[in-house]
Structure formats: structure tokens, C-alpha cells
Design a protein around this ligand. Sequence first.
Ligand SMILES: [Zn+2]
Ligand SMILES: [Zn+2]
Length: 244
Amino acid sequence: MKTDQPIRAKMVNNWLDIIQQLLFPPTCILCGNPGQAGRDLCSHCRLQLPANACCCPCCANPMDAVAAEADRSCGRCIGRPPAFDKVHAPFLYQDGIRYLITGLKFSARHANARLLAQLLTEHVGQNAQRPDCLMPVPLHKARYRERGFNQAIEIGRNVAAETGIPLDLTSCRRRRDTPHQSGLTSKQRRRNIKNAFELVRPVPCPHVAILDDVMTTGSTVHEMAVLLKNQGVERVDVWVCARA
Ligand SMILES: [Zn+2]
Ligand SMILES: [Zn+2]
């Protein structure tokens, strides 16, 4: 499979899209003003979103401008190199982005998934290599039943529709329902997530992008990347909307 094609969002190209835009004109989710460029976001709120501009070239952890300029990985990535190759995280987990993610996750506002996916697609389109497939971080089935959906899959479906990159929802399974990661130190997170996933079939892609809403310490995506690399996947990137 070719991996060097650019990642492009689809154009509004069919009459269903056009009719939908006429009947339901895009409205900014953050302020209620008319949306811009077919998105539920206005140009003012777009400029206010917290960009993750200076960050580690490996794990996308925010850095000061001088360190980011040197294009060297952060101390954490040098001390304990992660199994993934590169994280793409266009925003910080703050303000409007935090509002969009928590609204999707805890209030099931599915329109937020589409907007988050559009913003993520715009960023990876300019910065990332095109992967052969997208793999949303799976939820354990008990957690899935409780929430009714997996926010990573909701964002992933929209990114797949925008880019044409296939989704892989079946190869990786969460076999343990791990306690919530929030409030744990990074060492506790690593221990908590250890062996939480398994690959239930071979992944036929040399280049996989793991997809999630937000990345905190990276222990979850590291754990998935270890499995994928052990099974022969050559490159594992991580696409997340926000870096906490
Ligand atoms: Zn707005
Ligand atoms: Zn790093």
C-alpha cells in the first residue's frame, strides 16, 4: 500500500451535502454564531482554540519555544523511548477543545466528534504521513455498555470519512477493564494499563495510526504500539485531538 500520498479532506461534492448545508447551516458549537467553511465553528472561536504549537517532536508534550526549536525529543522520550514513532496532537486539552471533548464523552454530543475530526484532519493533512489504517483506542465492553459509544471511534469514523483512510475496529481488543487513569501518576498509569490490550488477528498494515480524543502520559497508546510493533507493524503514529 502506498503511504506517501497526501492526506486531504474531501470536498463538499454531492447534492446531499449541499441540501444539508442549506437546511441546517453550520453553527458554531462554542458561541452560536454562524459557522465557517461548512464547519460548526466560527472563525473567531477557531483562532481562540489552544494550539499545541511548541512540543516534543516525538510525544507532542508541550515544550518551551527554545527547546522545540532544537527539534530534539523531550527528556521523557529520551529516558524511556516510547514504542510509537510520532504523536500528532494539534491542541492542548484546555478551553474550547476541552469543552468539545468532554461534551462528546460525557454528554454524547456527537456533532462535536465531527468538528474534532475536521480539526484533526486539517492538522494531519499538513503534518503527517498517510497511514494505511486508523485504529481508535478500544474501550472495554463494560465501559462501552455504560457509555453507549466509544468517543475515539466516533472521531475515527469522521476522520476516515474525511480522508478515505480505512478504520480497523476489530484487530485490537481491550481485555481488561482498567480503572480510570485520571488522578494516577505516570508510573501508576503504566502499571494500570499493562496487558490491557490484545491483538485478536494480524494487522495487515505496515503503517498504523492509533487514534484517541486526548493523550495524557501516553501509557495507553504506548501499550498498543508495543503490541503492534511486536507483531511486525513498521510504523505506529498516534493521532489525538489534544495533549494534556
Ligand atoms: Zn464561535
Ligand atoms: Zn517527548
